[in-house]
Ligand binder design. Sequence first.
Ligand code: FAD
Ligand code: MLT
Ligand code: ZN
Length: 489
Amino acid sequence: MCSPLLQEPAPMPENAALPQPLHDALLQLLGPAGLLTAASDIDPFCIDWRALYHGKCAAVLRPANTEECAKAVALCNQHNVPMVPQGGNTSMVGGATPDDTGKAVVISTTRMTRIHDIDHADLTITVEAGVTLKAAQDAAAKEGLLLPLSISSEGSADIGGILATNAGGNNTVRYGNARELALGLEAVMPDGNVLNLMRKLRKDNTGYALRQLLVGSEGTLGIITQAIIQLQPAPRSRETALCAVADAKGALDLFAAFRKQDPSAIQAFEFMSGTSMALVNKLIEGAPLPLSEPAPAYALVELGSPRGDDSLRSLMEDVLGTALEDGLVTDAVLAESEAQRQSLWMIREEHAEAQKRAGASVKNDVSVPLAAIPTFIDEATKACEALIPGIRVAPFGHIGDGNIHFNLVQPEGADPKAFLAQDHAMMDTVAAIVRKLGGSFSAEHGVGQLKTYMMPEWRGGAELETMRRIKNALDPKNLMNPGKIFPAA
Ligand code: FAD
Ligand code: MLT
Ligand code: ZN
């Protein structure tokens, strides 16, 4: 198959300011609160969470609703201005950061924050794209329901970003990724047309599943403006434990032991290496290790049930009791209160922040089949330590999903820039092992701009070509988030 290469966005004036007629039309449409052009206002939208990418943009557009968003997109399209959709700006792969030409506008959904409806019959929540995941979770919880998606960035990441990246996180092991939870969706397409797929149907076989095309498209096909997300009854009982294990194999054996008893009770099953845990204990205030001594690795297990009885407690105690007797688990702490549960989760959720504080790091958000995880960690650790002596290999992640954040932290005292200059060498070293084991180079964070270079080798041929054809058909001027997912032609 072959198709025309994606076009370069049409040239803009040298100073990269918005063309005056476009500026005036946008100001009239969005008002001063919806059009930011002062450098001090727009700079924060041009840097990613990891501060790896420092882009520029001509303006930040902040539409207050779908109609404003659609009109703004149509205007930008008419003037050939590239558009970068942005939600909470927590992308780990530079997905929401504009390039450094300053020609694009960032379209931020942060003013689209209405929660329209919580439906107890269909178990759904209907929200605008700019509602943070946390706000949506809280709204569901107030009604005795659970929005079953949980990620460490949920206070900032919003529903639009979550869907655009098909986010995973801590509860995927039980409820699936964002994709599995999205029943309905509305999006503004690159020409400004509104695609209304806001149906809350569990069964609807009427042609292509366009909502699923938008989910995971990383802002390259349109701007998600509203969604209908599936909910679950809130768990009435939960049991949470932090367990010391020998290694990833030990964590997987413990996972298998719980799964054998009752797979449907496992709400989360997370892995943390000793190296990564030590960074949290050292660099995050109020996060000491709640066990008597450090271990080579840890598993954080949470069981949940809508039943209010004590059957989960017996399940937890039975499995952990046997695991302690067998030496599979060497020490464990069970949360005895909601406050203790939250402290255990805080320790897990601060891993990304602790690694950020430890200096420069290179992230490998990979997945492999569960049985291959121990081999992957062993081989990748050896290969990275041989590549960069002193490197701190600090894996952790959603081991129940086969998703390891095989993160590499610079050697202590090393120059962060020199370390980051070797990012591709490290990523390629890890990727080669992932590939041999039948895995993926991006499990949940997406491709963004960080990993576009990997696409031809991993997804080349008919797969990438089909993606390009879809992109060309829906965005022939390549104005929607250019430079993301697709490698430069
Ligand atoms: P942004 O960062 O703003 O954008 C991400 C991508 O989506 C970009 O390509 C952007 O163009 C596009 N986009 C944003 N909004 C829209 C929209 N309305 N319509 C179309 N495209 C849009 N991810 C996980 O999957 N699991 C985790 O466990 C996890 N943990 C994290 C922990 C930390 C501390 C941090 C900083 C990040 C973590 N992430 C995780 C990554 C990140 O939070 C997710 O990718 C999240 O879904 C991004 O949401 P956002 O609103 O911040 O999107
Ligand atoms: C997390 O699960 O905490 C993030 O996705 C991981 C990361 O920092 O790589
Ligand atoms: Zn993660």
